[in-house]
Structures are given as structure tokens and as C-alpha cells.
Design a binder for this molecule. Structure first.
Ligand SMILES: Nc1ncnc2c1ncn2[C@@H]1O[C@H](COP(=O)(O)OP(=O)(O)OP(=O)(O)O)[C@@H](O)[C@H]1O
Ligand SMILES: [Mg+2]
Length: 271
């Protein structure tokens, strides 16, 4: 049986952009013609699950077609179930998802048993972080006086453990990419300081630094339609097009390239 590529979008920090990255990577992959299974482990919030439900409804209402993933919804009741029960449900869903080319897993901002388990099954972990020392704190501890990197912190340890588990179970390694999200054009000084710490941490704990995403309205305004910039075409155009959209599309293409994934963008040029 061919194995799917398992992509986990993770960061224990809430609001870092996990679900935003998840829906953009998922839709970009779908436009390559690949089969994509999605698992939303944020059992209460279910941003990715809601996104694809909206997509189905929007496409039906507008009489147009766009590729859909294979969904493997986990019930919200699992959020109060025992770890054993939640893990059993996760493993059943993961086994079903493994028939696709890609399994894309969105995780909650926090440490749960199923999120940890998913990290241990990943081929690729993608970690968005806001351009802020508040977000960096989940990855590394910096000295308050010198701002030098002192040691890896909570989430880096989670990924470190996942790598050990994956290596022991299958002898395989996990590629880990950290990318900065919601970059603002005006924060040059803060960004430079943060850049240096991210680079130092990358050498210490072994992740690659991916290209960042700017803070752009288009990354959030298509959410209620269940669409992303990767979907926009002559027939799918719920908002007026602008140059921002072209720039966002270029960013998404670079992100996919850095993750080693095709974006399907060649097929779907913005008119
Ligand atoms: N590049 C971006 N440009 C503009 N808005 C963004 C961008 N990335 C994320 N956002 C917005 O930031 C907020 C947090 O993003 P998101 O929900 O994707 O984070 P998350 O890590 O999934 O959060 P949680 O931990 O709660 O699941 C959302 O309102 C989202 O629309
Ligand atoms: Mg989320």
C-alpha cells in the first residue's frame, strides 16, 4: 500500500495561524488533483471542519465546482472523553484517511493526547508563529536582559519527542518547518531581533525556516465562503480582485515550494 504524506500543522500557542495555513495548504494541494484527507483535532473550535462545510454549501448555492477533501470529522464529545477513547477514535479516523495521497491535520492551540499522537505520525510539521516574542516563547526561551536564546521551550520539546517516537517506530525522520505569519510591513526592528533568535533556535533544534505570510485581509475574508486564494478563478470570485490577491498567491506558492509541495497554481491563474 502506498503511504500518504502526513502533514501536521501545529503550535501549542493559540491564534498563531494554524487553521489559516491548514486551509490554504489543503486547497492548494487539492488543485494539484491530489486526494487530500483532512482531520481537525481542534475538537471544540473545528475551524477547518467549518471551512469545508461552508465550501460545500457555497459551491452548491453558486452551481460551481471546486475540489473537496475527504473529511474525517471527530465528534466534539471527544473533547471531554478519556484519552484512551479519544486516541482510539483518532486512530480509526487516521487509518481511514491513509487511503489519500495526503493527510492534512490541523491541531488545537494546546497540548492534547491526540495532537501529540498526530505529531508522532507526521512526515512534515508546519509551525506558523506570529511575528512576536510572545509566540516565540512557546518555541524558545530568551534571556530577558540580553535577548540571547537560552534553551528550547515547550513546543520544541513536543516536536523533539515526536521525532524520537517516529524514529523508534519507523526509523523515519520528521521535516519541521517554522514560518512567520501575519508579518506587518512596519515592524523592522522587532522582526530583525526575532529573525536572529529564530535562526539560532533553528540550528539548535533542527527546523527549517519557511517564507512568512504577510498580514492580509484576503487570508481571512474568504473563510466564510469556504474558499481561499488558491480557489479564485473566472467562476469562483466572491470578492473583487486586487493586486493584493496576486501578491498573496505568490506568497502561497513560495510557501508550498518551501514545504516541498506543488501548489497547482500553474493551472489556476488569477484572471
Ligand atoms: N496571514 C494572515 N493575514 C491575516 N489574518 C490572519 C493571517 N493568519 C491568521 N490570520 C487571522 O488570525 C486569527 C488566528 O488565526 P487562526 O485561527 O488560523 O490561528 P490558529 O493557530 O488556528 O488559532 P487556534 O490556536 O485558536 O486554533 C484569525 O482571525 C485569522 O483569520
Ligand atoms: Mg485553529
Amino acid at each position: 500500500m502506498p503511504q500518504p504524506k502526513v502533514i501536521v500543522i501545529g503550535n501549542e500557542k493559540g491564534g498563531a495561524g494554524k487553521s489559516t495555513i491548514a486551509i490554504h495548504v489543503a486547497t492548494a494541494l487539492l488543485h494539484t488533483g491530489a486526494s487530500v484527507s483532512i482531520l481537525d483535532l481542534d475538537l471544540r473550535q473545528q475551524s477547518m471542519g467549518h471551512f469545508f462545510a461552508s465550501r460545500r454549501a457555497w459551491l452548491a448555492a453558486n452551481g460551481v465546482e471546486a475540489p473537496m477533501p475527504v473529511e474525517h470529522p471527530l465528534p466534539v464529545a471527544l473533547s471531554v472523553a478519556s484519552d484512551e477513547e479519544a486516541l482510539a477514535a483518532f486512530h480509526a479516523a487516521f487509518a481511514a484517511a491513509s487511503a489519500s495521497d495526503y493527510v492534512l491535520i490541523d491541531t488545537p492551540g494546546g497540548d492534547t493526547a491526540i495532537s501529540r499522537e498526530a505529531h508522532g505520525l507526521a512526515d512534515l510539521i508546519v509551525t506558523p508563529m506570529n511575528d512576536s516574542f510572545v509566540d516565540f516563547d512557546m518555541l524558545g526561551v530568551v534571556d530577558p536582559v540580553t535577548l540571547e536564546l537560552k534553551r528550547p521551550s515547550l513546543y520544541s520539546e513536543t516536536v523533539w519527542n515526536s521525532r524520537k517516537i517516529r524514529a523508534a517506530a519507523s526509523g523515519q525522520s520528521i521535516d519541521w518547518v517554522v514560518l512567520r505569519n501575519r508579518l506587518a510591513p512596519t515592524e523592522a526592528r522587532n522582526r530583525k531581533r526575532l529573525d536572529e533568535r529564530v535562526q539560532a533556535l533553528s540550528r539548535r533544534v533542527g527546523f527549517r525556516v519557511g517564507p512568512g505570510l504577510r498580514d492580509r485581509v484576503i487570508y481571512r475574508e474568504l473563510f466564510p465562503f469556504g474558499l481561499t486564494i488558491a480557489d479564485l478563478s473566472a467562476t469562483i470570485r466572491p470578492v473583487a480582485m486586487s493586486l493584493q490577491h496576486v501578491a498573496a498567491r505568490t506568497e502561497l506558492r513560495s510557501l508550498m515550494g518551501a514545504l516541498g509541495l506543488s501548489s497547482g497554481d500553474e493551472r489556476n491563474a488569477v484572471p
